[in-house]
Write a protein that binds this ligand. Structure first.
Ligand code: THU
Length: 134
């Protein structure tokens, strides 16, 4: 299947999840417009609110390397059910994705469904609302 390679990277990234509090490991993989990939896992903290999701780790790694436009992002977790990104991650996607970006939501077996931003976060708040050009 078309996105198997990116889901596989997310599943592999999940192995490094630091999740001693929730026990729920998450992995993510970003494909940027210049065809580079970046992975991330969730990183929890004894101060629970300091946890960061796998998707935002992967996106931060991409942005840190100057890659600010995401072509596709895959997310997976320790579940037989498809794992969807949390609300904060959807907001962060809004900053670095466009209407063409493919959001790939997977379970631990690598089964996945594909979405667009308008499916997972309709009517987003974005830089356009602040009159900032793309
Ligand atoms: N988590 C993610 O990494 N991504 C999401 O989109 C949903 C939640 C993590 C955060 C926390 O470490 C664990 O899953 C349980 O909420």
């Amino acid at each position: 299947m078309e996105w198997d390679f990116l889901v596989a990277k997310a599943i592999k990234a999940k192995e490094h999840a630091y999740a001693p509090y929730s026990g729920f490991r998450v992995g993510a993989a970003v494909l940027t417009h210049s065809e580079k990939t970046f992975v991330g896992c969730n990183v929890e903290n004894a101060s629970y609110g300091a946890a960061i999701c796998a998707e935002r780790v992967a996106i931060s790694r991409a942005v840190s390397e100057g890659e600010t436009l995401i072509k596709a992002i895959a997310v997976t977790g320790d579940s037989n059910e498809i794992v969807f990104p949390c609300g904060i991650c959807r907001q962060v996607f809004t900053e670095f994705c466009n209407s063409e970006t493919v959001i790939i939501c997977s379970n631990k077996k690598g089964e996945y469904r594909v979405y667009k931003m308008e499916d997972i976060l309709p009517h987003p708040f974005s830089k356009a609302d602040l009159n900032i050009k793309p």
